[in-house]
Design a protein around this ligand. Structure first.
Ligand code: ADP
Ligand code: ZN
Length: 821
């Protein structure tokens, strides 16, 4: 048989796939989407097969230099065809290396571990022959000598694990590698994991046999039915239970070749804690019903459709999602639910399970690799009908997907801030298109992009305009800090108006939530004499003062120092703390209300998910009167006794050099306002600001999304920003400023011709954060009214960088960036 070749995507930051020879022994095996082990640059790597061909690629050196695939992993391809297509799209659209993109879609590599293997080189053998005795040698030398001796005696290579058992062995081995006496290579070893037998119907074996055979027996029919019509491949124990047959029958069929079998990591048990969970039983209101009827229509149509569920906070969107899942399941389809944070996967997963008893899988990055791998394979083997997860769950290896829900679609957590820099929401819509499924995006404050699509008729618009059970939206009032100052003649961390409102809540025994979106005690330390701020050594950013730790800290790189007594620049002693953060606000409230029970929720006070849940639990249980926190407090929670939400320094984000600043501010204020008055008690929201006339604040106060959208869309159109232009940011970074400048100039030359082809090129200019972790950063912003023109400008840019020897890590291409700052 002619030789065959396979294109393999490897997790390296290169734009191409790599060709390998398919060994004849693998004939008949499916390779597309299959994980394979291949040699790459003197080491073994796990990649995924993407394409086959009968012809050798034309490369210098000819066929001989093409290496063979070493091993096949898994019994079935990890990636179904639709996911391969999705990965190829991501790689093109987000200008991301194909191998790193595929890596993001594959299950964690729990089956293998990377190891280093040492063997004696010719030089080492020669050296051994010359050495005579160990007399007079240093300790290091005798360790090396012993190591060489041992490798010589054993004749074969030794792994780093074996060598590490010797005191000083590994260091000695590395020294010998550097001197050329040992050679080292990276290898992959199988790791032992607990596995179970998975069985699948073997169509190739079963059919011809069936013709000759006398009437087929019942047990075999039932097994076939379960494995083909009902479920797909199953673990032995589950197959036995579902088909109602004995193990012996199954094993006999396996022996005859009617069933295929392989080992997979053990699946985890269904969570036990949700057996005693009773979900709320809500009768849908008229608006929820109408939205759901539309969704049913879309799902029954059995083709791609996208819809935006725009529902105010507390309008009961979750119930509509559950109804949508029901619709998809009833059509024999599967569903994916994306949520913006890990904590919500538990909550939503629980609701889904309680409602349908359908098996639900949870996928998120917070799971240990082994559990994530088990969940992943459970999904791959069609044991789960609904997958709930965070961003990367958009790659859940489900087939027959009928619905993809994206909850809080505007959240920036859907954007991955490392390669591949995809947006989970946009990827969800594209995947729905590939699968012929329905994409359902939900939000109280949709992104400009999504609402624009709804207005343009690309997405169907479904609206929930009122809160459930006729609860009213909270009353929102502005506290004009300029007026406050005129009246009080002093600036306090919390305005007098807000202070009085909190006092009232303490007196009546309800709860207050205070949002201050800055960590630390003071934003910066300013020298009143020379006007300079104390900056981070590694980043162009002012250091934040943390009083409890007595440190000035950089929130970007972690650099920290003790607050100096004098200005490092001019030696003056007039150093002042400027700008109040959450720590200061909490301290102030403790001074003002010594008897109140006050807690703070930010990354300084809660470091783990458990601590976070504890604080929120205590607040929900009424053990805390005032909760102060950063935007962590703004999200999704349902507190029944909160009657006051105060927003300190609401206009903070408006000062940022980012085209989404107004949108972010509007979203945050609307979300936090949605936290008040969710129970029987009605709520009040106080928003402190120096710019009460800013439209983002005005419309947030009125909770008027549509007017905000129209105003913001007007500016975006005028300034050529999304959704009216496609945008990409290209960042060039290096510790040496000369390199960063030289590479930026080279890229400027590359981009220049695209100016005439409909792409506006801004830059290179110093990035808003001009220095970060000691690297100098320059930025291009590319804009075009046509996505295709932008794609053309970007498509060759990484190859160009490679041709100019610009390191891969020095260039970050971000398509549809979440922000430009
Ligand atoms: P949001 O739209 O803000 O996501 P949720 O889906 O969290 O709103 O619903 C808010 C609350 O309203 C939940 O406690 C939910 O159980 C309840 N709820 C949902 N639908 C109804 C309904 N039709 N009648 C009464 N309560 C409802
Ligand atoms: Zn720093």
């Amino acid at each position: 048989m002619a030789q065959r070749f396979c294109e393999v995507a490897l997790p390296v930051p290169l734009r191409s796939t790599f060709t390998y020879v398919v060994p004849a022994s693998f004939n008949g095996e499916e390779l597309i989407g299959r994980r394979v082990v291949v040699p790459f640059r003197n080491r073994a790597m796990v990649g995924v097969g993407l394409a086959l061909s009968d012809r050798a690629p034309e490369i210098a050196g000819g066929k001989k230099s093409i290496k063979e695939i070493v091993e096949l992993m898994d019994a079935v391809p990890a990636l179904p065809p639709k996911l391969i297509e999705l990965g190829q799209w991501i790689s093109r659209y987000y200008v991301a290396p194909i191998g790193e993109t595929m890596r993001a879609m594959l299950p964690p590599e729990i089956e293998v571990r990377h190891d280093r293997e040492y063997s004696l080189s010719d030089a080492g053998r020669g050296c051994l022959a010359q050495l005579t005795s160990g007399v007079g040698a240093t300790e290091e030398e005798s360790t090396e000598r012993a190591l060489l001796d041992r490798l010589n005696d054993e004749g074969g290579p030794a792994s780093s694990a074996q060598i590490r058992r010797w005191p000083g062995g590994e260091a000695a081995a590395e020294r010998l590698v550097r001197r050329g006496y040992l050679s080292a290579r990276e290898v992959i070893r199988k790791r032992r994991t607990r596995t179970q037998k998975i069985l699948a119907w073997n169509p190739a074996q079963a059919e011809p046999a069936a013709q000759k055979d006398p009437p087929k027996n019942d047990a075999e029919e039932r097994i076939k039915e379960v494995l083909t019509a009902v479920r797909g491949p199953l673990p032995l124990a589950i197959l036995v239970a579902k088909a109602g047959v004995s193990r012996a029958v199954v094993l006999r069929l396996e022996k005859k070749g009617r069933l295929l079998s392989w080992e997979e990591p053990l699946t985890i048990e269904e969570d036990s804690w949700d057996t005693d969970f009773t979900p709320p039983t809500n009768v849908l209101n008229a608006e929820q019903k109408r939205a759901l009827e539309e969704i049913w229509r879309l799902i029954v149509a059995d083709k791609f459709n996208a819809a935006l569920l725009h529902g105010v906070t507390g309008s009961g969107k979750t119930e509509v999602y559950l109804g949508a899942i029901e619709a998809a399941l009833s059509r024999g389809k599967r569903a994916i639910v994306l949520v913006p944070e890990i904590a919500l996967t538990l909550w939503v997963g629980r609701l889904v399970r309680a409602r349908f008893g359908a098996s639900v899988a949870t996928l998120h990055s917070g799971l240990p690799d082994i559990e994530r791998a088990r969940e992943w394979w459970r999904v791959r083997h069609a044991e789960a009908k609904v997958v709930v997860g965070t961003r990367s769950a958009v790659f859940a290896p489900l087939e027959n997907v009928g619905l993809i829900i994206v909850d809080e679609e505007q959240e920036s957590s859907y954007k991955q801030e490392e390669t591949p820099r995809y947006n989970g929401r946009d990827t969800a819509v594209y995947r729905a298109q590939l699968e012929g499924a329905v994409a359902l995006l939900g939000s109280a404050t949709p992104s400009l992009e999504t609402y624009h699509n709804a207005r343009a008729g690309k997405y169907q618009l479904l609206e929930l305009t009122s809160r459930v059970a006729n609860r009213s939206l909270a009353n929102v009032h502005i506290v004009d800090l300029r007026e406050e100052f005129r009246r009080e003649h002093r600036a306090t961390p919390v305005s007098e108006t807000l202070r009085a409102a909190i006092q009232l809540r303490l007196e009546e025994g309800t709860q207050a939530m205070i949002l201050i979106n800055r960590r630390g005690y003071s934003w910066s330390l300013l020298c009143r004499s020379c006007g300079s701020m104390i900056q981070c050594q590694n980043c162009s950013i002012a250091l934040t003062y943390h009083k409890s730790r007595q440190r000035l800290e950089c929130h970007y790189c972690g650099y920290s120092i003790r607050p100096p007594k004098e200005c490092p620049k001019c030696k003056a002693e007039y150093l002042y703390f400027v700008g109040d953060g959450a720590e200061r606000v909490e301290e102030y409230l403790r001074e003002q209300f010594p008897k109140a029970r006050i807690a703070r929720l930010d990354r300084d006070t809660v470091r783990t998910k458990r601590e976070y849940q504890q604080v929120l639990g205590a607040f929900a249980g009424g053990e805390i009167d005032i909760l102060v926190g950063t935007q962590m407090v703004a999200k999704g929670h349902d507190f029944q006794r909160v009657t006051l939400v105060g927003v300190v320094a609401a206009d903070l984000a408006l000062g940022r050099p980012d085209f989404r600043a107004a949108e972010k501010t509007f979203q945050l204020l609307t979300q936090v306002a949605g936290r008040a008055g969710r129970g029987e008690l009605s709520g009040e929201v106080l928003v402190e600001t120096y710019y009460p006339e800013h439209y983002a604040i005005q419309y947030a106060v009125k909770q008027d999304y549509v007017s905000f959208y129209e105003k913001e869309a007007h500016f975006r159109r005028m300034l050529h920003y999304p959704p009216f232009a496609a945008l990409a940011s290209i960042l060039i970074r290096d510790r040496k400023i000369e390199n960063a400048i030289r590479w930026s100039r080279a890229l400027a030359g590359f981009f220049a011709p695209f100016e005439n082809r409909g792409v506006k090129i801004l830059g290179p200019a110093a990035a808003p954060l001009a220095r970060l972790r000691r690297e100098y950063r320059f930025q291009f912003v590319l804009k075009s009214p046509q996505r295709s023109a932008l794609s053309r400008a970007l498509s060759g840019c990484l190859d160009f960088c490679a041709s100019k020897d610009i390191p891969e890590t020095a260039v970050i291409v971000d398509v549809d960036p979440a922000s430009l700052s």
